[in-house]
Each structure stands twice: as structure tokens, then as C-alpha cells.
Design a binder for this molecule. Structure first.
Ligand SMILES: NC(=O)c1ccc[n+]([C@@H]2O[C@H](COP(=O)([O-])OP(=O)(O)OC[C@H]3O[C@@H](n4cnc5c(N)ncnc54)[C@H](OP(=O)(O)O)[C@@H]3O)[C@@H](O)[C@H]2O)c1
Length: 337
């Protein structure tokens, strides 16, 4: 007998499904009736109420850059039903060895194939959801908020009084990073496009640079910490915008390259760092319950607000991913089920 258990409740559900990798969401994502996931003894089944969409959703959907396929997601075709990872919902059932959660608990975090009515999750990647915001707002937090928290707190080590430059301030990660850097007491300069200047100002940025009109400053106006979330500026230019002992944290940047998609720049920063006074680095966000709890506390204290532009029903998931790809999203997009 399999260790997986089929639990009480509906045996089928509505789910986004994807049979092959592809770059165009409307070509590869569709909604279909599927069996409700079975969970193992160490897993939790969540009735998903909302799922955040982010750049990673597209990477898993497209299978690009190619190294993501080698990270267990399927080399020739996707292994998982769909590319969703963030979730907010209610625990429907728990595996025999799970002790921390019970059916009925309202949770948020990271799961598997979360663009569906039900999804499996590991308890180590779940936490009670923030009680002061909606499920949709909670679902915006797990991927992007975790990344921003670790960028600001751990890798940028942002301290009060420091000058922090956030490049890519208006997107999923950036809208959290601006608020977290400001909450840490930094003087925040946010970089984004014209249409989103008002958004990042409202999030608390002290200064805003519209990258379509001006580039990032160097010379006299150097920053103690640069969080590079978008834009793919050359390493040399970023270093000239950083103080002599400043920290550069490269979080992402979409080049469209199928093999590396900017990872070469991150690798060069990492290799150069030991030989210069500045700390240059990158990281892959850790998905963990302790940081989900830290984010929940900040949200409940009113220090952090998930910035959700709009929600879409499950049937319009492809339209949401398209909106993000077109660069039109302001903050986060969320799918509700
Ligand atoms: N390291 C990790 O663990 C990790 C985790 C999550 C995400 N990421 C990566 O982080 C990146 C951002 O993810 P996201 O979900 O925040 O994406 P997103 O919501 O699409 O946001 C992208 C941001 O980049 C900005 N941008 C685009 N072109 C720019 C330019 N030329 N100069 C300055 N800013 C520019 C956008 O500004 P406008 O919209 O105003 O143009 C927007 O603020 C992606 O590459 C993603 O893969 C990495």
C-alpha cells in the first residue's frame, strides 16, 4: 500500500494544468478537472483560497532558464500539474506524522502546484496567515516577501541611517523591499518606470528615480546598500553607485537568456567579491516558516502592506501571467480559487 493518503473531501478539483513547457501563458496554461492531490504522512493538504503570481511562475511555466528544469521540475516536460508555489488557504487535512497543523487552520506559505483548489504543502514551509489582511493579500507574500526580507535583513544587512537603492522597486519583490528597508530606518531611493512612481512613493520611498528619464546615480551620491531586483545593469555601473564598503545584493533581472538569464552576472559578482572592499553577492531565497512568521508579525503590526494590484479568477491565470510579462503589473497579482 502507498504511504500517500487520499483524505476525506472532494475527490476532484479545478486546477490549472500544463502539459508542456512554453513561453506564452495563453498557449500552455488551461483549467481542467483533476483528482484532489494525495498527501504523504509528512504533508498538509490545503484548500487554496489564493495564489500569488510572480516571475518564478513564468520561469517554471516556460522551463527557462534551462537550469530550472534540472532543479527537479522536469527536463523535457513539467513534472508538476502547474507552476504555482505561493498559497494562502485553510488546512483541509494533515498527514499522519504532522503535528503543527490541524484541519481548519488558516495558513500561508509555499506549496506544490498551488494554482488549484487544493494543493500539497510541507509544514516547514507554512505558517499561520496574517490575520489582518485578506487571503488574497496573504497569498502575495510567500515568494516575493520572503525574498525581500532576506535581501534587506540578511544579505543587505540594512541598518538605520543607511542609504539604500532598490532597483526594481515597483514589482513583486521590490514593493516589499522598499517597505522593509524603510522600516529598518534606511533612506530609500526606489528605481522604477514612470507609470509606477506614485506606487513606490506611496510605499514610503524617500526618493524615486524614473529609469526611463535618468539612470542610477554614482559619484557623490553613492549608496550603502543596493538591492538589484531588475534592470540588468553592468556590475561596474552598480559598483560605481556603491560606497567603498557597500553591499550589492543581486536578486534577479530578466535578460530573456534561455541558458543563464543573467546568472553569469550574479556569478561574476560572487567571484569578484573577495578581492574588493565592497560585498557583492546573490542568493536564492529560503522558504521557511520562521521567516513567514516574521513577515506575518510585520504585517499585523502595520509595518508591511502587501501591494496587490488586482486579483484574477483561476480561469484567467494566463491573463495574469501575461500582464506580469508585459511589465504592466504594479506590485503583486493574485489568483483566487
Ligand atoms: N533570488 C531569488 O531567490 C529570487 C526570488 C524571487 C524573484 N527573483 C527574481 O527577481 C526578479 C524580480 O522578480 P519580481 O517577481 O519582483 O518581478 P516583477 O514583479 O516583474 O518586477 C520586476 C521589476 O523590475 C523592474 N525593471 C524592469 N526593467 C527595469 C530597468 N531597466 N531598470 C530598473 N528596473 C527595471 C520593474 O519596474 P517597472 O515595472 O516599473 O518597469 C519591476 O519593478 C526576477 O528576475 C525574479 O526571477 C529572485
Amino acid at each position: 500500500m502507498s504511504a500517500e493518503q487520499q483524505l476525506p473531501g472532494p475527490t476532484t478539483m479545478r486546477s490549472v494544468v500544463q502539459d508542456r513547457y512554453g513561453a506564452a501563458p495563453e498557449d500552455v496554461l488551461r483549467v481542467a478537472e483533476r483528482g484532489t492531490p494525495r498527501i504523504g504522512p509528512d504533508e498538509v493538504l490545503v484548500r487554496v483560497h489564493a495564489t500569488g503570481v510572480d516571475r518564478g511562475t513564468w520561469h517554471l511555466m516556460a522551463g527557462q532558464p534551462y537550469p530550472v528544469r534540472l532543479a527537479g521540475f522536469g527536463v523535457r516536460r513539467p513534472k508538476l500539474a502547474n507552476p504555482g508555489r505561493a498559497l494562502a488557504g485553510t488546512v483541509a487535512a494533515v498527514g499522519a506524522r504532522v503535528t503543527g497543523f490541524r484541519p481548519g487552520d488558516e495558513v500561508y506559505g509555499i506549496g506544490t502546484a498551488t494554482l488549484a483548489e487544493y494543493a500539497r504543502a510541507h509544514p516547514a514551509k507554512l505558517a499561520p496567515r496574517p490575520g489582518t489582511v485578506s487571503f488574497a493579500e496573504a497569498a502575495a507574500v510567500p515568494v516575493s516577501g520572503l525574498t525581500a526580507l532576506q535581501a534587506v535583513r540578511d544579505h543587505g544587512q540594512v541598518r538605520s541611517g543607511q542609504r539604500v537603492l532598490v532597483i526594481g522597486a515597483s514589482g513583486g519583490v521590490g514593493t516589499f523591499a522598499v517597505q522593509l528597508a524603510r522600516a529598518a530606518g534606511a533612506e530609500v531611493t526606489a528605481v522604477c518606470s514612470t507609470a509606477k512612481v506614485d506606487l513606490v512613493r506611496a510605499l514610503g520611498a524617500h526618493h524615486v528615480i524614473d529609469y526611463t528619464r535618468a539612470d542610477i546615480p554614482g559619484g557623490e551620491h553613492r549608496h550603502d546598500v543596493i538591492l538589484d531586483i531588475g534592470g540588468n545593469r553592468p556590475l561596474g555601473q552598480l559598483r560605481r553607485a556603491l560606497t567603498a564598503t557597500g553591499r550589492l545584493v543581486i536578486i534577479g533581472g530578466e535578460t530573456g537568456g534561455r541558458w543563464l538569464d543573467g546568472l553569469d552576472r550574479q556569478l561574476r559578482a560572487h567571484l569578484l567579491s573577495p578581492f574588493v572592499g565592497q560585498r557583492l553577492g546573490t542568493f536564492v531565497a529560503s522558504e521557511n516558516a520562521a521567516d513567514l512568521t516574521a513577515l506575518r508579525e510585520l504585517i499585523e503590526a502595520g509595518e508591511l502592506v502587501p501591494s496587490v494590484e488586482r486579483t484574477y479568477p483561476l480561469d484567467e491565470t494566463a491573463a495574469a501571467v501575461r500582464h506580469l510579462l508585459d511589465g504592466r503589473a504594479r506590485g503583486k497579482l493574485v489568483i483566487t480559487t
